[in-house]
Design a protein around this ligand. Structure first.
Ligand code: ATP
Length: 372
């Protein structure tokens, strides 16, 4: 198989569009997954994640655009002609075959004679050596998922596609399998493209996340980049929680954009200000907002809002989640970490709020803030 000039086998989608009769599921998608990366396609139901994955697998063909692996064009290659394997949510194991034979299946089909050694190595990788003689129904959901993974990996694909592979597992098992998947991916060093609508799953596992919405990628970056510096209200709300507050841009300096929220002026670092004029949303994550009883001196530099009233208190052990109504009526979340003995501020308390300017972001307010 041919190699790109630099030898890399990056997966690249260029201008990929998928149209059904009267519906465009994926719109002019451009993305590159570097070789060996754990990449997540994250988005709500119907945003086009599975359609994108199916085109990479060869189960669907793009209406326009191209898909390449290194310098190999696989846009129209048959599924079995491309070095890509898929693990589906429903595992699709053969119920009448043992675990060993399920894993051996791909090799036997290729006519490989001596399957014992590679199958045993795969079973060891997914920690199922002791289950080799059992049938799939005798295993737990998490174990069946690992069999599906071993069965795909034994074919030595260059890219492994995972379509909501943990979707059928309960929450605790899903979190355990995330750690397991990440370990396996770093051991085998293959490119993983993981489709999920679970933001915690994507954040916990992926090197890079592409957030999809209505057939387009809204933003792509590391989990930290997306969380700290969302570029759209959709991304701000889909990954974690955020308060978006109506404001008007007042001044742009070389370092900050200053925005006016009903007379209170707040600063947003220039690299996080995605609008430079007119109306906008000031966004802030609730755990970045400090809350204190009214009049408590605040020594940290930052943006201050006085005259808030606590409207809701939710004690969740590790933190206390407050909802605070600001003087102009809009509400903002403020999560206080319960690191010591905490005095909980009851509903109706008068409070002051503050946050460091570097934590805020400024977004286009033409977008629906509740999207996502
Ligand atoms: P989910 O998480 O629910 O699987 P998804 O993000 O994977 O969602 P897709 O399965 O890619 O979404 O579907 C994207 C859109 O394309 C949906 O609105 C879906 O109804 C539509 N769609 C998918 N397949 C077809 C098809 N064969 N014909 C017409 N429309 C389709």
């Amino acid at each position: 198989m041919s190699q790109a000039a630099d030898g890399s086998r990056d997966l690249t989608l260029t201008g990929v569009t998928k149209e059904y009769a009267d519906f465009t599921a994926v719109k002019s998608l451009d993305l590159t997954v570097p070789q060996g990366e754990f990449f997540a396609l994250l988005g709500p139901s119907g945003c086009g994640k599975t359609t994108t994955l199916r085109m990479v697998a060869g189960l669907d063909t793009p209406t326009t655009g191209s898909i390449t692996l290194g310098d190999l064009d696989i846009t129209y290659a048959k599924p079995y002609q491309r070095p890509v394997n898929t693990v589906f949510q429903n595992y699709a194991l053969f119920p009448h075959l043992t675990i060993f034979e399920n894993v051996a299946f791909g090799l036997r089909r290729k006519g490989v004679k001596n399957v014992a050694q590679p199958v045993e190595a795969m079973l060891e990788l997914v920690e199922l050596t002791s289950q080799a003689r059992k049938k799939p129904t005798q295993l737990s959901g998490g174990q069946q998922q690992r069999v599906a993974l071993a069965r795909a990996l034994i074919n030595q694909p260059e890219v492994l596609l995972l379509d909501e592979p943990l979707g059928a597992l309960d929450l605790k098992l899903r979190r355990a399998m995330q750690t397991e998947l990440k370990r396996i991916q770093s051991e085998v060093g293959l490119t993983f493209v993981h489709v999920t609508h679970d933001q915690e799953e994507a954040m916990g596992m992926a090197d890079t996340i592409a957030v999809m919405n209505a057939g387009v990628i809204e933003q792509m970056g590391s989990p930290v980049e997306l969380y700290d510096n969302p570029r759209t209200a959709f991304v701000a709300n889909f990954l974690g929680r955020s308060s978006l507050m109506a404001a008007t841009v007042k001044e742009v300096t070389s370092e900050y954009v200053k925005a006016n929220m009903h007379g209170t002026v707040v600063s947003i670092p220039i690299e996080r200000a995605h609008v430079r004029e007119g109306s906008a949303w000031v966004g802030i994550r609730p755990e970045k907002v400090l809350i204190a009883a009214a009049g408590t001196p605040i020594d940290a530099p930052g943006n201050h809002i006085e005259g808030g009233i606590v409207t809701d208190v939710n004690y969740v052990g590790v933190s206390t989640e407050y909802l605070v109504r600001m003087p102009w009526g809009q509400e903002i979340g403020a999560f206080a970490q319960n690191t010591g003995h905490q005095d909980i501020l009851p509903v109706g308390s008068q409070v002051d709020l503050s946050w460091r300017p570097e934590f805020a972001f400024l977004l286009d307010s033409d977008e629906d803030p509740n999207a996502g």
